[in-house]
Design a protein around this ligand. Structure first.
Ligand code: HEM
Length: 466
C-alpha cells in the first residue's frame, strides 16, 4: 500500500483551514477547479475534521462506484447533515440497510410500473401550458426556472401520491419543500451553529420540515385506510416486501423515502430544464432542430411513452445539458477500510468526493469541453469513457429515478415547443450556483410566443391543481 498522501489544498494551521473552508463555502466550483488544475486528478481538500479526498479521473471514480463499491459507503459530515431532512431514505442509507431498501424500491421504478405515470406527467404539463396562455396574452416575461420548479414539484407530488392535495394544502406544501431545501443547502455550506440552535434560518427549516412531515404522514394514513393499489409511488412502496423475510416499510421509513423522492426528484429535473432553455435560447440552430423533430415525430399530438425513443435529438440536448450542468454535481463516499487510488493512500474513514461538473469538462475526455454541442451524443459519435459521463451516477447506487426524470424532461420540452417559442429577454451567459443541486444564479426570463398553426389536440382541460 502506498504511503503517498494527496496534495493538500491549504497551508498548514488553523488559518489555512479557515481559508479553504471559507473558499469552499463561497465558491466551491472555483476552488475545486483550481485544486484539480494544480494537483491533478487526486488531491486533498481540508474542510472538515476528516480529510476530503477529491478525485477527478474516470478510472478512480469507477473504482469507488463499481469495482470497490463495498469499500465506499454513504457517510461523512455532509451526509450526516443531510440526514436531518432525508432521514434514512434510500439516498442517504448506508450498508447493509441500503441493499434492503434498494431491493424493496427497485420494482416501483421498473419500466412497466413507470409507464402509467406518462399520462399523469403530460396532463400536468398541459395544465401549466394552459396557465401560460393567460400570461402570454399580457406579454409579461416569465421566469422559466421558477416555472420548471413548480412543474417538476407538482409532477413528483402526483407521482408519489396519485392525488391532488387541496388548493391551500398544495401551496403550503410546495412552499415548505422549497424552504426546507434552501435552508438545508445553506446549512451544509456553513454548518454553524448546529441545527438544534434556533437561529431564524434554522427555525424556518424546522417549520418547513414539519409541514412536509404532516402532509406526508396524512398521505400515508389515507393510503393505509384505502388499501387498493392507487398506482402511486407511495402505494407501490407500501406494498413492497422483502422476498425472504416478508418485511415491509413502516410509516417512518415510508416518510423518509417520500422525502427522498420529493427532494431528489424535483430540483434535479427543474434545474436541468432551466439550463436547457437557457442554452437553447443561445443556440437558435439547436432550437430549430428540436422543433423539427417534435413536429415530425408527434405531428401535433400529445406525446406518450412510446414516442420517447424517437425523440432522439431531444434526448441528445438533455444529455449535453446534463454534461455541462449536472444537477447532482457533488458526491461523497466514506472509505470503510484503507485503499489506494491513483497511487495515493486513502485511509479508512476519510471522505472521497468528486464533482461531475469538473469530470464532465475534463480535457482528456472531452473535446472543447466548454462548448454546448448536443451532437456529441449522436448515436454515430465515438463513445466516451463510460465513467467520464455520470450525471445519474453509476454502479449499484445509480439514480433510481433516471427513467422517470428523462421521460418527464422529454415530455416537457416537446409539449412546450409544440405550443410556444421561448424568446429570452436576456442573452448574457449564466453562471452556475452550486446549492444541493447545481442551479442557475439568476432568473431565466423569457417571453412566450405562440407557434403558428398550433393544434388544439395538445391542449388539456384545466384542472384544479393550483
Ligand atoms: C435530472 C434528474 C436527476 C438527476 C441528474 C439525478 C442524479 C442522481 C445521482 C447522480 C445519483 C447518485 C448520487 C451518488 O452516487 O452519490 C442519484 C441517486 C438517486 N436519485 Fe436521482 N437524479 C435525478 C432525478 C431523480 C428522480 C426523478 C428521482 C425519484 C423520483 C430520483 C431519486 C434518486 C434516489 C432515490 C437516489 C439514491 C439511489 C441509491 O442510493 O440507491 N432522482 N440521482
Amino acid at each position: 500500500m502506498s504511503d503517498r498522501t494527496p496534495g493538500a489544498s491549504r497551508p498548514p494551521g488553523p488559518r489555512g483551514f479557515l481559508r479553504s473552508t471559507l473558499g469552499f463555502q463561497r465558491s466551491p466550483l472555483d476552488l475545486v477547479g483550481r485544486l484539480l488544475s494544480e494537483y491533478g486528478d487526486v488531491c486533498s481538500l481540508d474542510l472538515y475534521p476528516v480529510p476530503l479526498i477529491v478525485v477527478n479521473h474516470p478510472d478512480y471514480i469507477d473504482r469507488v462506484l463499481k469495482a470497490r463499491y463495498h469499500n465506499y459507503d454513504r457517510g461523512g459530515p455532509v451526509i450526516t447533515m443531510a440526514r436531518n431532512l432525508f432521514g434514512d431514505g434510500l439516498i442517504m442509507a448506508s450498508e447493509p440497510r441500503w441493499l434492503f431498501q434498494r431491493r424493496m424500491l427497485q420494482p416501483a421504478f421498473h419500466r412497466k410500473r413507470v409507464e402509467p405515470f406518462g399520462e399523469l406527467m403530460t396532463d400536468t404539463i398541459a395544465q401549466m401550458l394552459d396557465r401560460w396562455e393567460q400570461v402570454r396574452a399580457t406579454d409579461r416575461p416569465i421566469d422559466i426556472r421558477s416555472e420548471m420548479g413548480g412543474l417538476t414539484l407538482r409532477i413528483v407530488t402526483r407521482v408519489l401520491f396519485a392525488t391532488d392535495l387541496d388548493g391551500a394544502d398544495v401551496r403550503r406544501f410546495l412552499a415548505a419543500v422549497v424552504t426546507a431545501n434552501r435552508e438545508l443547502a445553506a446549512f451544509i455550506r456553513f454548518p454553524f451553529p448546529p441545527l438544534s440552535v434556533r437561529t431564524p434560518g434554522h427555525r424556518r427549516f424546522h417549520d418547513a420540515r414539519t409541514v412536509v412531515d404532516d402532509v406526508t404522514y396524512a398521505m400515508i394514513r389515507s393510503h393505509r385506510r384505502d388499501d387498493s393499489d392507487r398506482n402511486s409511488l407511495l402505494s407501490m412502496m407500501m406494498r413492497a416486501h422483502d422476498d425472504v423475510t416478508g418485511a415491509r416499510l413502516d410509516d417512518r421509513q415510508l416518510r423518509d423515502e417520500v422525502f427522498t423522492m420529493l427532494f431528489a426528484g424535483h430540483e434535479t429535473t427543474a434545474g436541468t430544464l432551466a439550463w436547457l432553455w437557457h442554452l437553447v435560447g443561445r443556440h437558435p440552430d439547436v432550437e430549430l432542430r428540436l422543433r423539427e423533430e417534435v413536429d415530425r415525430v408527434l405531428a401535433g399530438r400529445r406525446p406518450t411513452m412510446a414516442d420517447l425513443a424517437r425523440l432522439s435529438y431531444t434526448r441528445q440536448v438533455i444529455d449535453e445539458t446534463l454534461r455541462l450542468y449536472p444537477p447532482a454535481w457533488q458526491s461523497y463516499r466514506q472509505a470503510v477500510s484503507d485503499d489506494e487510488i491513483g497511487g495515493f493512500r486513502i485511509r479508512a474513514g476519510s471522505t472521497v468526493f468528486w464533482s461531475s461538473y469538473h469530470l464532465h469538462r475534463h480535457r482528456d475526455y472531452w473535446d472543447d469541453p466548454e462548448r454546448f454541442d448536443p451532437d456529441r451524443f449522436a448515436a454515430a459519435s465515438v463513445g466516451v469513457h463510460a465513467s467520464a459521463y455520470i450525471p445519474f451516477g453509476a454502479g449499484p447506487r445509480v439514480c433510481i429515478g433516471n427513467r422517470l426524470a428523462m421521460a418527464e424532461m422529454q415530455f416537457a420540452i416537446a409539449m412546450i415547443l409544440q405550443r410556444y417559442q421561448l424568446v429570452p429577454t436576456e442573452h448574457a451567459p449564466i453562471t452556475p450556483r452550486p446549492l444541493l443541486a447545481l442551479d442557475v444564479s439568476r432568473p431565466v426570463t423569457v417571453r412566450l410566443r405562440p407557434r403558428a398553426g398550433q393544434p388544439s389536440s395538445t391542449r388539456a382541460p384545466m384542472q384544479n391543481f393550483e
